[in-house]
Ligand binder design. Structure first.
Ligand code: SAM
Length: 246
């Protein structure tokens, strides 16, 4: 059953297997070598336009940022009174977030996960976990009323995507409103990341448990994508909610 509703979506590319694989060290290496073209200095255009689709008039909700990097959106939402939990394997990225946003923070170890750390704003409203996301669970970080997934599902190796979606589902409160950004390009021309996720793949990951509503597409093609050898590149935004909540 197709659970995608809302405005008509643009056609996406056919299913193609992309075989590029990045491990934790590759990502840390990208940060060290400043290969962080994914980082945006401004609030993401989708988030500023659709934030209410996630917040839905609720105050002080818990919002999860999977694979958060140093996304400035975390401070924006924290300043609105929400509490933020993020996770990233890069300690460098997480420390840069606090330093660049001038947010005082403390560093703590995490007894549940050997080698992991958590960086917490001293005001207590932002907690960023430095570990592999797959080491987390709702018993460690709780469940969330909102999820902002930009550069996250699309950064997960294809063979881990199902595990990622299953974990995300366990982190959703019943009334969770999850904004998911995916990208559309010809995957024969670029091995990723970001990885291309077809409609069929997205549906098989989320469609059984969730309603997935298409919200908007934007043309995000820049010189960066031209250098990857692409000739078009769009970002799509979806609102994901649990079927059990409706
Ligand atoms: C494409 S970047 C996106 C960062 C952020 N969401 C943004 O929009 O700027 C992907 C991030 O995921 C992190 N990462 C990749 N795999 C991870 C994993 N398994 N667990 C935690 N972090 C991971 C990388 O270090 C990187 O910062």
């Amino acid at each position: 059953m197709d659970t995608t509703t809302g405005p008509t979506q643009p056609k996406t590319s056919p299913e193609v297997t992309q075989d590029r694989v990045l491990n934790e060290n590759d990502w840390r290496d990208n940060w060290e070598k400043r290969k962080i073209g994914f980082h945006e200095k401004n609030i993401h255009v989708f988030l500023s336009e659709f934030v209410e689709d996630m917040v839905n008039k609720r105050a002080q909700i818990h919002i999860f940022f999977p694979l958060c990097g140093k996304a400035v959106d975390m401070k924006w939402l924290a300043d609105m009174g929400h509490s933020i939990v993020g996770v990233d394997v890069s300690e460098m990225g997480l420390k840069e977030f606090f330093e660049e946003q001038n947010i005082p923070y403390v560093e703590e170890t995490l007894p549940e996960i050997p080698g992991a750390k958590v960086f917490k704003s001293t005001s207590g409203n932002i907690s960023l976990y430095c570990c592999n996301m797959f080491d987390l669970s709702s018993s460690i970080i709780g469940k969330f009323g909102g999820i902002w997934d930009r550069g996250a599902m699309v950064a997960i190796n294809s063979w881990d995507r199902e595990r990622y979606a299953k974990l995300i589902l366990t982190l959703m409160e019943n009334d969770c409103r999850y904004l998911l950004v995916t990208c559309v390009y010809d995957p024969k021309l670029h091995p990723g990341p970001p990885f291309y996720i077809s409609d069929t793949a997205r549906e098989s990951l989320l469609g059984q448990s969730c309603n997935v509503k298409f919200l908007k597409t934007i043309d995000s093609f820049t010189d960066e994508q031209r250098d990857w050898g692409l000739d078009y590149y769009n970002d799509n935004l979806y609102l994901v909610t649990l079927k059990s909540s409706s």
